[in-house]
Design a protein around this ligand. Structure first.
Ligand code: B12
Ligand code: SF4
Length: 498
């Protein structure tokens, strides 16, 4: 079959720089190619303009631009998609959906049907994994949804459609029949992740628009064993953590190095250090093979120690991202169920500052029940623990999260949206019943002032010269290896300042 996989547009509508490649689609493409299908991936968000903005802290203020793009059917991006469809003439289209860009996904499905009429459209990804029923009910342009891990279910569906076989036995598949939506049982996870071929990044239509660093996105495992109430990880991965063999990961690093000249990698696992021995083994392998790479990863406050951090540093780790979330023990424990305390955060920060790997703390505000005092505790904690970069996000209740379900049971949120809602409501309010009731502890005006205060304070903190210098220092070995990265970083820095 001739298959086109689409990552719908979002950042391009709001003129933001998009990082990385749509990895999930490159995995599916690799599996389908191995089965003899002709596959291409169209990433509608691939970076066409390198001067796009980089400061993601105010991204929600641009969501109206996204909605404008969604509703302007003669927008260049939609014309581009139509041209791609006419050019490739796929027999089947697959679309990846994150909740924030679900409207763009539905619009892409509509354009597919406009251009190619009877071509089946399949959706998958974090959003349909938990909202398959709604998606199939509200969009006439979507025929099938794959829930959860896609490799097995999708290739079985492609086989069934190509050979006109029944599909009511394909696990993980939801579909429509005679106006009714049906859901087959959940798919079983792939036992051995090493059996999955490496992501087919070469099948991205516009692969020249990525930097070598964007190509360095790797998942060394899948899933996270924790259940933080605000997080969507469990939607696709059901709290099960699986890991690839170190040799398998090394093979992928070497492949990316030789194909794209990548020296900076990003291990995007939800919690990279959850299995300590494996991290040490990977570090040893990187050093033994003399790969001379730099890399970053996500860790948890309670899954780091001095020896491991030193090993990571000597194996090229130059950036660590860590979820701090809140400065209030009550919020961390009772509301977020994060399983960490402020005291643990402080010890972890001390350790990170000593070891000297550049680290980013991720903070969250606007969590249900959070008071002004608790928000200010978060700000005070950030200043006290001194991350090299402090990233502040505003809580958005994604479907499938525990807080989303709690919000529904308390009557603050809705589980029902129409297609028109998705086309007209800002993604940050998809789940909110009353968009003027952002949080249950204060009125809208007060909340907006606090949000502005917090964001401004974080922004001022990050602009400090010493912190900018630390960032440059953490990437200095990279600049020596590849001076073009310095140039790219300068461009991104100017875009971030703007
Ligand atoms: C890399 C990444 C990014 C990259 C995206 C790169 C890209 N173009 O895809 C960047 C940094 C840009 C990003 C941004 C954001 N991200 Co992000 N991101 C991730 C991360 C860490 C890894 C994604 C990945 O590659 N996973 C590995 C692959 C194998 O899994 P997968 O993508 O889910 O794909 C599998 C299945 O879902 C399925 N599948 C996927 N697509 C399709 C399509 C079809 C047709 C089929 C059949 C199957 C299928 O099959 C795949 C293989 O098994 C995930 C966390 C995670 N663990 O997945 C968060 C995650 C996807 N991000 C998330 C969020 C919230 C965001 C942001 C909103 C953050 C923010 N506040 O700005 C933005 C949104 C961006 C936007 N609007 O476009 C949430 C999504 C929640 C949701 N309900 O949508 C996740 C799950 C994190 C989390 N735990 O909450 N992100
Ligand atoms: S926030 Fe991090 S630790 Fe918590 S469930 Fe999500 S990925 Fe796991």
């Amino acid at each position: 079959m001739n298959i086109l996989l689409i990552d719908p547009p979002f950042y391009r509508f709001i003129k933001y720089y998009n990082r990385y490649v749509p990895l999930g689609l490159t995995y599916l493409a690799a599996v389908l190619r191995d089965k003899g299908h002709k596959v291409l991936i169209y990433d509608a968000d691939a970076n066409v303009d390198k001067s796009y903005r980089m400061d993601y802290s105010d991204i929600e203020s641009k969501y109206h631009e996204y909605l404008k793009g969604i509703n302007n059917l003669s927008h260049t991006i939609w014309n581009e998609l139509a041209e791609v469809l006419k050019d490739i003439k796929p027999d089947l289209v697959g679309i990846n959906l994150f909740t924030t860009k679900v409207a763009a996904g539905f619009r892409s499905a509509q354009i597919t049907k406009d251009v190619l009429h009877n071509v089946p459209v399949v959706i998958g990804g974090p959003h349909p994994s938990v909202k398959a029923d709604e998606a199939l009910r509200i969009s006439h342009f979507v025929d099938y949804a794959i829930r959860g891990e896609g490799e097995i279910s999708f290739s079985q569906l492609v086989d069934a459609l190509e050979n006109k076989k029944p599909y009511n036995n394909i696990k993980g598949l939801s579909f429509k029949q005679n106006g009714q939506v049906y859901h087959n049982p959940d798919v079983d996870f792939i036992d051995d992740l090493d059996q999955i071929p490496y992501p087919a990044k070469d099948l991205l239509i516009n692969h020249n628009s990525y930097t070598s660093e964007d190509m360095g996105l790797i998942m060394t495992g899948r899933g996270c064993p924790f259940a933080c109430t605000f997080c969507s990880s469990s939607g696709v991965w059901k709290k099960v953590a699986r890991f690839r063999a170190v040799e398998n990961v090394i093979g992928e690093i070497q492949q990316i190095q030789s194909k794209y000249g990548t020296t900076q990698f990003s291990f995007k696992d939800d919690t990279f250090t959850v299995k300590r021995e494996r991290v040490l083994e990977l570090c040893r392998a990187i050093k033994d093979r003399k790969l001379r790479i730099n890399w970053e990863c996500n860790v948890r406050v309670n899954f780091i120690d001095k020896q491991m951090l030193s090993e990571m540093k000597s194996a090229g780790c130059n950036s660590i991202k860590i979820g701090i979330e809140s400065g209030s023990d009550l919020i961390l424990t009772d509301i977020m169920k994060k399983g960490i305390t402020v005291a643990q955060i402080k010890s972890a920060a001390e350790l990170l500052n000593k070891v000297g790997i550049h680290w980013t703390g991720y903070f969250l505000m606007g969590i249900p029940t959070e008071t002004e005092a608790e928000m200010l505790q978060t700000l005070a904690l950030m200043r006290e623990i001194k991350p090299d970069f402090a990233s502040l996000s505003v809580f958005e209740p994604y479907p499938g999260t525990i807080l989303h379900d709690m919000g529904i049971s308390k009557g603050y949120m809705t589980n029902d949206r129409t297609l028109d809602d998705y086309y007209n409501i800002s993604p940050k309010y998809y789940a909110m019943k009353d968009t003027h009731n952002r949080i249950d502890t204060m009125d809208e005006n007060k909340y907006c002032l606090l949000e502005k205060h917090m964001k401004d304070s974080f922004h001022r903190y990050n602009r400090h010269l010493m912190r900018l210098f630390k960032r440059v220092r953490s990437r200095s070995s990279l600049y020596m290896k590849k001076p073009t990265i310095l140039l790219n970083d300068l461009k991104k820095f100017l875009a971030w300042l703007s």
